[in-house]
Ligand binder design. Sequence first.
Ligand code: URA
Length: 233
Amino acid sequence: MRINKYIASSGVASRRKADELIKAGKVKVNNIVLAEPGYEVMPGDRVTVLGHDITVSEKKIYIALNKPIGYVTTVSDEQGRPTVLDLLSDIEERIFPVGRLDYNTSGLLILTNDGDFSQKVSHPGKGVGKTYRAKVQGIISREKLAKLRRGVDIGGFVTSRAQAEIYKELPKQTVVDITIYEGKNRQVRKMFKAIGNPVIELERIAIGDVKLGRLATGSYRKLTAREIESLSK
Ligand code: URA
């Protein structure tokens, strides 16, 4: 962004006033008085106007990623495993994941640089449901389905109301779509373990109204304005 526009968007001066300040030698970039009025501000530049550092708030960005298995949902990993940010290296903004998916879970992960939005979406009990498609061992009876919906004890914690539907029945396995409104560590895996049907594969297919759809594994898209609004409500 051109320096006069940058100064104007920080709110300290109009664009014309910014030009005057530059001319008067009142603007520094990285501690050096700026001589070039057409300078393009680079990420990481420190811009000082009349002795005060200024900042421009980054454009807000909202990404839906189809996380593959084998990636950690953190910004860096002590064990050197690949992180979801490795899949988003062409995004300039400093984004972070909204909530987590396990290393062995795939599917929809939202990333943003908007802290308020992140809080709203990940806060338990705020109404944003997270839907998972779980392939589990064994048969899921009506009683078990009812239990999942009502709440199960996952070791000192009873899960709150959930939605659960059979998606597919296989000879020795069942695929269940389950929507939960809280996010205890490994919650879905623990819920199925508690009813005696351990999870074999787990994929998140929706967050609120945002669907994973046909997004290819490892690729991403921007959320639409409507999707952002529906999650912010
Ligand atoms: N529940 C789990 O067990 N794992 C996840 O990654 C997300 C929800």
